[in-house]
Design a protein around this ligand. Structure first.
Ligand SMILES: [Zn+2]
Ligand SMILES: [Zn+2]
Length: 272
C-alpha cells in the first residue's frame, strides 16, 4: 500500500547575502536564485540582518539586485531583526518598513545577555524575548528559538547549551500559544537548529520534540535555511523533512502575504 506523504511546500524564508558582511562572497542574489531553482524551491525570501539602524541602507544593495533579477521563483524581500540590547526593542518601525519596501520581517534574540552563567536565568531571558518577539506586530517569524552563538559561550567558558530538553515544558507550551494567538510563525531553522552534522543526532531529536509541542499548541511554522554560504542552501531539506515528520498541513506553513518582489507568475502580473 502506498503511504500518502504530507505535501510540505518547498520554501526558504531565511537567506543572507554578501552585503551585510555576515554571509560570504558566494551569497550573490543571482547565484542564490539559481541554486534555489536547482533545489526546486517554490518561493524564497532574502532576509539580511538589521542589528542597528545605520546598517539599514546596505539593504538597498539587495533591493537593486532584486530589481534586475530574472527568475521563475517568487522572491520576497525581507529582513532579520535583532534586539538592540537586553529588554530593548528591534531597530525597526512601520515607517522604515514602508520606506525601504520591506515585505516581511523575521526576528529574535541573538545573545545570552548573561553577566555570569546561570541556566535558569538564561532560559528565562530567552523565553521573555521569544514572547516579546511574537507580540511585536512587525515581526512575522520568530527565528531559531534556543540557538546560541558558540563563540559567546566559549569566550566566557560557560557550559555549552547542548540540549533543548532543559527548557521547561510550560515555556514551550506558552510560546506555542502566544505564537498561535499573535499569528507569528515559529522558525524551523535548518542550520541553526536542525543540522545533525553540527549538533548531533540527540540534539536534533530533542529539538524536533520541542517543535512538536509547539505544533500541539496550534502554532504555524516558517522554513528557513539561514544560509551564509551558497553550499548551505541545500540544508533547507532538514527543515522540510521535519515539517513532514510532524505531519504539518500546508496551512500551518507560513509564507508572506501578497505578491513577491520579483519572479513567479503572480510577480510578473503585478509588475506589468
Ligand atoms: Zn539569526
Ligand atoms: Zn539569519
Amino acid at each position: 500500500m502506498k503511504e500518502s506523504m504530507t505535501a510540505i511546500p518547498r520554501l526558504d524564508f531565511h537567506i543572507h547575502t554578501k552585503y551585510l558582511g555576515c554571509a560570504n562572497e558566494t551569497m550573490e542574489v543571482p547565484a542564490i536564485a539559481q541554486e534555489c531553482e536547482r533545489l526546486g524551491l517554490e518561493a524564497l525570501g532574502i532576509t539580511d540582518h538589521v542589528n542597528s539602524l545605520d546598517r539599514l541602507p546596505l539593504h538597498l544593495n539587495i533591493k537593486r539586485d532584486l530589481e534586475v533579477l530574472e527568475t521563475q521563483i517568487p522572491v520576497y524581500f525581507g529582513v532579520e531583526l535583532n534586539f538592540t540590547g537586553l529588554d530593548e526593542g528591534f531597530p525597526f518601525s512601520a515607517e522604515l518598513k514602508e520606506e525601504y519596501g520591506i515585505q516581511f520581517a523575521i526576528g529574535g534574540i541573538h545573545n545570552a545577555y548573561l553577566e555570569s552563567y546561570d541556566l535558569e536565568t538564561l532560559l528565562e531571558i530567552q523565553h521573555r524575548h521569544h514572547l516579546k518577539t511574537c507580540r511585536d506586530p512587525l515581526v512575522d517569524v520568530l527565528v531559531h528559538p534556543y540557538w546560541f552563538w558558540k563563540g559567546e559561550f566559549d569566550s566566557h567558558n560557560w557550559p555549552w547549551f547542548d540540549s533543548v530538553a532543559v527548557v521547561p515544558e510550560s515555556h514551550v507550551r506558552e510560546l506555542g500559544q502566544v505564537a498561535r494567538e499573535t499569528g507569528t510563525a515559529i522558525e524551523m531553522n535548518a542550520t541553526a537548529s536542525l543540522a545533525k552534522e553540527a549538533f548531533g543526532e540527540d540534539y536534533v531529536k530533542e529539538y524536533v520534540e520541542f517543535l512538536s509541542i509547539i505544533a500541539e499548541e496550534g502554532a504555524s511554522f516558517s522554513l528557513g535555511s539561514d544560509s551564509h554560504d551558497i553550499g548551505s542552501l541545500r540544508e533547507i531539506r532538514n527543515a522540510w523533512q521535519v515539517a513532514e515528520q510532524l505531519n504539518l498541513t500546508e496551512d500551518r506553513i507560513w509564507r508572506p502575504q501578497g505578491a513577491p518582489f520579483v519572479g513567479g507568475e503572480i510577480g510578473r502580473e503585478t509588475r506589468q
